[in-house]
Design a protein around this ligand. Sequence first.
Ligand SMILES: Cc1cc2nc3c(=O)[nH]c(=O)nc-3n(C[C@H](O)[C@H](O)[C@H](O)COP(=O)(O)OP(=O)(O)OC[C@H]3O[C@@H](n4cnc5c(N)ncnc54)[C@H](O)[C@@H]3O)c2cc1C
Ligand code: SF4
Length: 492
Amino acid sequence: MADPRGFLRTRDRELPTRRPVPVRLMDWREVYEAREKGTLDVVSRQAGRCMNCGIPFCHQGCPLGNLIPEWNDLVYRGDWEEAIERLHATNNFPEFTGRACPAPCESSCVLGINQPAVTIKNVEVSIVDRAFEEGWVQPVEAPRQTGRSVAVVGSGPAGLAAAQQLTRAGHSVVVFERDDRLGGLLRYGIPEFKLEKRHIERRLEQMRAEGTRFRTGVDVGGSGEGAISVEDLRARFDAVVVTTGASRPRDLPVPGREATGIHPAMDYLTQANRQVEGDTLEDAISAEGKDVVIIGGGDTGADCLGTALRQGARSVTTLAIGTQPPTERTEDQPWPMHPVLFEVSTAHEEGGDRSFLASTTGFEVGEDGGVTGLKVARTQYRDGKRLPTPGTDTVLPATLVLIAMGFTGPQQEGLVDTLGIELDGRGNIVHDQEWETSVPGVFTAGDCARGQSLIVWAIAEGRSCAAAVDRHLMGGTNLPAPVRSGERAIAV
Ligand SMILES: Cc1cc2nc3c(=O)[nH]c(=O)nc-3n(C[C@H](O)[C@H](O)[C@H](O)COP(=O)(O)OP(=O)(O)OC[C@H]3O[C@@H](n4cnc5c(N)ncnc54)[C@H](O)[C@@H]3O)c2cc1C
Ligand code: SF4
């Protein structure tokens, strides 16, 4: 155990300082102050609060089964090099989860029953950042080559995790990505101020050195330039892993939707992320000087908010159709569940208004065909449905509207249709307990199979899928499988 009295001596969570709002709105860098000498002592003190529980519920809360008490103990004792070994034993990319994960491990931390939970996520990111700085993150070479080959389609966290595991098992792995840069939603969904893209680059460098090959600009099953047919891929590789994400945006088909100035959130975020990468885009969607309304109060909405504020929006309002969540756990969300609470993300801290119980009933359209406003009614709950209350419509000025209402599954035209892969009632790719789709030799993991989810689930599923592919190719495997197919977080 790190420190038997640690949780008694230090009762509060200590987290890194965030840069002042006016300063951070002037750039795209991560919102936290650069780590300085001395802050690692704070991390060690926080790690020392860990009680090394007999039943560490943090393991259960984390889909990856991260060995949290082990690395808390090592950090407390100052053995950071061994800590990264234990962290990498279960997580290929702690620099992504340590920055952007909602940390279900902290929600299920036993200390959280009557004290603030251990700052697990900050310990995690501190370990991996230090490891990169010290040069402890080195390529892990496969002990031998198997002579078998695997194509991974899609370079989000699920595809990258599967590719790294399979490369390390000795297979020849090629990742095909239709975008011009690698990383999936880590690259073009999540903004730089939450996850600087240099973190993706340095991990890719390790993967390339290990032998994973990457092909960008290749739309598997597509028809444009650089497309490659699915038959070609199946003929060239012994197994195919489909990790193409859930990219079909949920739309809002209400009167006026055809107006210009109304965009799916991902169109907006992708362009903004590209510009931060240095691309010059013609007619890019910009929030500068506009009254922006974001429909959807989740993480994607918050990412749009932070982006719009940095672009110089005149006003930003986020609308959520449901009630404002509670600030504390309620009886129907007991420990160790990950509760839905009222979240003030770093973007919310930076500005904008939030409105709950707001149902959009239509858009107002100007003479030039551009959106000028939103008609919003108060939501009422009827027969379990969320509906607008008649006679409560008000008009909200809007010259840019971003629809951040989630996704309805993987894109079907192209790869899914050509392969004839079976989909479930929600439009997600069906697979069996061995992560194999209805097409023999084609496996799947991540958002395209699970539905819109989290980075940590994508990595966990990518690892489990890799174990199944290795078993399929070799008749057995030593690769770990942290989650079973179809596994969900604990809920009541
Ligand atoms: C705006 C936004 C913010 C988010 N923020 C967070 C967060 O803070 N924390 C968190 O935990 N989760 C967050 N998520 C969710 C998280 O990003 C996803 O759950 C995760 O990225 C899913 O990983 P994946 O590998 O399954 O798919 P993706 O990351 O979607 O990657 C799929 C890749 O497949 C490629 N592809 C698709 N079809 C083809 C094809 N035919 N040929 C070649 N390539 C193809 C795509 O171009 C893409 O690069 C966020 C999601 C969004 C949209
Ligand atoms: S549940 Fe919390 S206190 Fe217990 S081992 Fe995990 S991190 Fe430590």
